[in-house]
Each structure stands twice: as structure tokens, then as C-alpha cells.
Design a protein around this ligand. Structure first.
Ligand code: FDA
Length: 308
């Protein structure tokens, strides 16, 4: 309910313009967003690296409507890659295909994605394609396949709340292209296509995670980033890893900036590969609204900032 409400608020432009002007909201958003400038993102990545945690840098932005905006987003990513490389940093890059022009056209988006992935390969890093609402799933996977075939430094996110994901994971394993960030899913989807109950989403998450960790999937090149803060699922993953003798290089844990920092540090301290998703940029409104919808307690956190 709460999630559905916040996902629809995240798309409301009038509200966006108003809310972004309120100081207390911007202060609250700073818990989840490193800052508005590339330098803020870089600082957050450096702090994480000092704690033995790897980074994924995300320049916030989605659903751009013009060729020029898609071009600008692409150039910004290329600039960020060069700047990071000059500093000796190689975090992964996260991209949303609607930021690179998917709403403008598949060909435009593919061209932009290829440019980013090629530059990432040249500086020695990886591009992770975020998964957006279900209207984009099929096209996102098609573009991932086309680009990842030529560029193995590409990964894609899969959402456990979608019924179709079991089949998508199977096909990607078969094709030797299962380089997957497994998340639960953050958008509002109808019950015809996504599990409405959290407990079913969690159960499907565990099924897909186990499949990707299995010896057979690994033989076909599967690599899973277990992207969740759900401690129950993380403990389950760790049990399976021990039981099945999964090497630590075959998977990693991923979490979001500002969420369960204690758990991030603990897992990294135990020698597991941990990667944290660091968003930066001026377009923080929809990202922040999705984070609010995930946890009712976050609303109190926003209100506390009103009185600070
Ligand atoms: P769950 O919602 O069950 O939460 C488990 C626990 O985590 C909570 O009890 C709480 O302690 C903590 N927690 C979770 N969310 C919190 C919040 N917002 N604030 C404070 N605490 C919180 N989604 C998507 O659709 N496409 C994508 O590409 C991605 N990419 C992505 C990358 C990475 C690295 C992560 C970690 C997540 C995503 N997601 C995503 C978001 C994902 O789908 C999901 O919405 C969130 O991770 C919240 O779900 P959890 O798995 O954490 O479990």
C-alpha cells in the first residue's frame, strides 16, 4: 500500500517541483543520496573503499524525453568514468536505460549504452543495467543481450517480484549470460504480473538466488549479486554458500547507500565481497520516494528533519 502510494508520488511532477524546494526533505534525502555533484559521489566511493567496500556509482536520472537529454546523460557518464579512472577508482557504473534514452527509441538507447559500456571496458570496469518498471523489462533484457554479447563487462538487474523472472533467469543461464543483480523490485506492479504478497516475493528471491548459486549455473558462467538488506535472506545465502562450497568469487552482496551500513561493514569484515550502490545528482526525487515507500519508519525520519 505505502509502496504503491510512494511509487505513484514519485511520478508526480508538480509535487516533485514543490517537494524539492523544501530544505527538510533535501536534508532527509541526504541519507540515501551522496550529494548533487559527481565529486560527492566520488567522496562516498572513497569512504566506502577505505572500509573495504566496493562501489557502484549511479548518476540519478530516468525517463528523459529528448535526444539531447539522453545525449547529455551519456556524456556525463563518460566524463564520470574518465574522472574516476584518473583518480585510480574503478567502481561499477549503474545506468537506467530510460536515462540513456529508451523512451526516445531503442536505437538511440543502444548507441548510448554501447558508448558507456565501451568506455567502461577501456578503463577496466563494469556497467550494471538497473531494471525499471515492467513496461521496460522486455526491451531492457533485449538491449542487455545485444550489448552484453559483445561486452562481458555488462550486467543486468532482475526483480524477484515478477512472475516472469524465473524464466528470464533460466534463459540467461542457458545463454551463458547470467551476470545478474538480483533484487526484490521497487516499482508498483499489478498482481497479474508480480507477486502481491511480500512473503511470496521473498520465497521467489530465495529460489532464484539458489538457482544462480547452483554448481550447474556457475558452470555456465552465472554470477549473482545478492542485492538486498534482508538479513534472513543473507543468512540463508551464507548457509548455502558453505553447504555447496560456492567460492567467494562467484557472488557478492550489494546494498544501497545509507541503508544497513552495519551489515555492509560486517560482511566486508568477514571477507565477503560487498558493493554499495551510491546515487548522486540533482534528480534525486523519484529515487528518494521509492526509498520512503519501502519502509514506513523512513517517514518519521523525514519529519524529524523538519524540526532539526
Ligand atoms: P526488504 O524490503 O524486505 O527489507 C529488509 C530490511 O532492509 C528492512 O527490514 C530494513 O531493515 C532494510 N530496508 C529496506 N529498505 C529500506 C529503506 N528504504 N530504508 C531503510 N531500511 C530499509 N529495484 C529495482 O526495481 N530495480 C533495480 O535495478 C534495483 N537495484 C538495486 C540495487 C541494489 C544494490 C539494491 C540493494 C536494491 C536495488 N533495488 C532495485 C531495490 C530493491 O528492489 C528493493 O526495493 C530494496 O532493496 C528493498 O528491499 P530489500 O531487499 O532490502 O528487502
Amino acid at each position: 500500500m505505502l509502496r504503491a502510494l510512494f511509487v505513484s508520488l514519485s511520478r508526480n511532477r508538480t509535487l516533485k517541483e514543490r517537494v524539492m524546494r523544501w530544505d527538510f526533505v533535501a536534508r532527509a534525502a541526504a541519507r540515501f543520496v551522496a550529494g548533487e555533484r559527481l565529486e560527492d559521489g566520488i567522496r562516498a566511493i572513497q569512504e566506502l573503499e577505505a572500509a573495504g567496500i566496493l562501489g557502484i556509482l549511479d548518476h540519478l536520472g530516468e525517463n528523459v524525453e529528448s535526444l539531447q537529454d539522453a545525449q547529455r546523460a551519456t556524456e556525463d557518464y563518460l566524463l564520470a568514468l574518465d574522472r574516476l579512472a584518473a583518480l585510480g577508482l574503478r567502481p561499477h557504473l549503474a545506468v537506467k536505460l530510460t536515462h540513456l534514452g529508451l523512451d526516445v527509441g531503442d536505437a538511440v538507447c543502444e548507441r548510448n549504452l554501447r558508448r558507456v559500456v565501451e568506455r567502461a571496458a577501456a578503463v577496466g570496469t563494469v556497467v550494471e543495467i538497473d531494471m525499471e518498471g515492467s513496461a521496460y523489462t522486455e526491451r531492457t533484457l533485449a538491449l542487455y543481450r545485444r550489448v552484453a554479447r559483445d561486452h562481458p563487462n555488462t550486467r543486468v538487474a532482475i526483480q524477484a517480484y515478477l512472475y516472469r523472472s524465473a524464466e528470464d533467469v533460466e534463459r540467461l543461464i542457458e545463454e551463458g549470460m547470467a551476470r545478474i543483480r538480483l533484487c526484490k523490485g521497487a516499482y508498483r506492479e499489478p498482481p497479474q504480473i508480480a507477486y502481491p504478497r511480500k512473503r511470496d516475493v521473498d520465497a521467489n528471491y530465495v529460489r532464484l538466488m539458489e538457482r544462480l548459486l547452483s554448481a550447474e549455473a556457475r558452470r555456465r558462467g552465472a554470477y549473482v549479486a545478492i542485492a538486498t538488506h534482508d538479513e534472513r535472506i543473507i543468512r540463508h545465502a551464507l548457509r548455502r554458500v558453505v553447504e555447496w562450497g560456492v567460492p567467494r568469487e562467484a557472488f557478492e552482496f550489494q546494498m544501497l547507500y545509507g541503508i544497513r551500513r552495519d551489515l555492509q561493514v560486517r560482511l566486508a569484515g568477514e571477507g565477503y565481497r560487498v558493493r554499495v550502490y551510491v546515487p548522486y545528482g540533482t534528480e534525486w526525487y523519484p529515487y528518494f520516494m521509492r526509498r520512503l515507500g519501502e519502509r514506513p519508519a523512513n517517514l518519521w525520519f523525514v519529519l524529524r528533519n523538519l524540526f532539526r
